[in-house]
Write a protein that binds this ligand. Structure first.
Ligand SMILES: Cc1ncc(COP(=O)(O)O)c(C=O)c1O
Length: 404
């Protein structure tokens, strides 16, 4: 008789976004005349840019010709893309990263969920609280988190690092030393970030204590302030302690076409074993390469025209962020984020729980956001709105919220 991976049974209840979808569907059914504005899920709304579309078309044409057709892509990514990433995202920022330390993938979700596989089951992980749920859930599946306590909404073997208004959304070094530290800056869900010198302290901490930092920089393109690092490799010593995960989803709108990458420096070692060789082995065995046409589209993002277009795209969403943030401030809300990230994190008024505020906003303004408690216990009494909608809807949503 087969047996299942019982770690999956430990995962609590249904997923945050399916709960939201159910509530919204029920509200719409009961109120068919109401126009609902969705500022909940972090998906983009603007189309792919001109250069990306043109490149996709020409890459598809290459596939129609026997002379230029491509089959399986190299497991770790085509050199043309790895070189473009290396040059633009790392060399230009003064980061010492080589093209063969870049592993192209189908996105940051897969990589941030899969990376735990190369670590021992008895490693202890630390996460910010609130947190992008993939880091926790994938480690639960890998048997690394102990048991779940529904009353505290915490796993017994995870170290939680609260990031709230009280500590300026900067995680503090935990009392107990972790083995693996997940950091995501600019942050989903709080929309806040830390300075380069604060990140340097985490790099120093990790090197001193023999930890690995898994650094999710999916929102790097939204950084607007000078003293914020775009890559953890801008920090001294990061080559010996950090893995960085990136995505084309939020900077270039690839959520539906799928492309991302992970950087594993060859200096990152456990004894004689490099994590680079382990991730190469894992990738080579379980992943057969991101599609050629998508990797060509990714390369186009780094062209001169491509870079100009994505700046405009990011600018569009950040203008929404400004609209939402300033509108909420005018309405008297306590607001965070939205300056280096497309997320606005607000404190719920009158001590409402995150879900109470979700219902209140849905029923009275017909606006959908995401309850902060869905991202971890320290997200309670907070609420996330995203800037990924259209400008028209962002403005309309705020007009409604102001009238409440
Ligand atoms: C922090 C973070 N990492 C990764 C992802 C997923 O990125 P991708 O679309 O590349 O899988 C998201 C998506 O919302 C995210 O918020």
């Amino acid at each position: 008789m087969f047996k299942i991976n019982t770690n999956y049974q430990k995962l609590p209840g249904s997923y945050l976004f399916s709960n939201i979808a159910k509530k919204v569907a029920a509200f719409q059914e009961a109120n068919p005349d109401k126009e609902i504005i969705r500022l909940g899920i972090g998906d983009v709304t603007q189309p792919l840019t001109k250069s990306v579309i043109a490149t996709l078309h020409s890459a598809v044409d290459e596939m129609a010709d026997g002379a230029t057709f491509r089959g399986y892509a190299p497991d770790l990514g085509y050199d043309f893309l790895r070189n473009a990433i290396c040059e633009n995202d790392y060399k230009k920022r003064g980061c010492d990263i080589a093209a063969d330390e870049i592993f192209v993938s189908d996105g940051a979700k897969s990589d941030s969920g899969n990376i735990q596989e190369i670590f021992s089951v008895d490693n202890k992980i630390a996460v910010c609280d609130p947190v992008y749920p993939v880091y926790v859930d994938s480690n639960v599946m890998g048997g690394r988190c102990g048991s779940y306590d529904p009353s505290s909404e915490k796993w017994s073997d995870i170290i939680y690092m609260p990031t709230t208004a009280e500590n300026g959304f900067v995680p503090e070094f935990p009392k107990e030393t972790p083995d693996i530290i997940y950091l995501c800056f600019p942050n989903n869900p709080t929309g806040t970030t830390i300075t380069k010198s604060q990140l340097q302290q985490w790099v120093d901490y990790a090197n001193k204590n023999g930890c690995v930092i898994i650094y999710d920089a999916a929102y790097e393109a939204y950084i607007s302030e000078e003293d914020v690092a775009h890559s953890i490799y801008e920090c001294e010593g990061a080559r010996t302690c950090a893995i960085e995960i990136r995505s084309f989803s939020k900077n270039a709108g690839f959520t539906g076409v799928r492309l991302g990458f992970t950087v594993v420096p060859k200096d990152l070692k456990c004894g004689d074993v490099t994590l680079h060789s382990m991730w190469a082995r894992r990738h080579g065995t379980k992943f057969n390469g991101a599609p050629y046409i998508i990797q060509r589209a990714g390369e186009a993002v780094y062209s001169e025209a491509g870079q100009k277009e994505i700046k405009e795209l990011v600018g569009y969403y950040m203008n929404n962020a400004k609209t939402i943030r300033s509108g909420l401030e005018e309405a008297g809300y306590e607001v965070y984020g939205g300056v280096n990230a497309p997320y606005i994190w607000l404190k719920t008024p009158n001590n409402m729980t995150s879900w109470e505020f979700f219902d209140y906003l849905l029923e009275n303004a017909n606006v959908v956001g995401t309850p902060g408690s869905g991202f971890g216990p320290s997200g309670e009494h907070y609420f996330r709105l995203t800037a990924f909608g259209t400008l028209e809807n962002s403005k309309k949503a705020l007009e409604r919220i102001k009238k409440l």
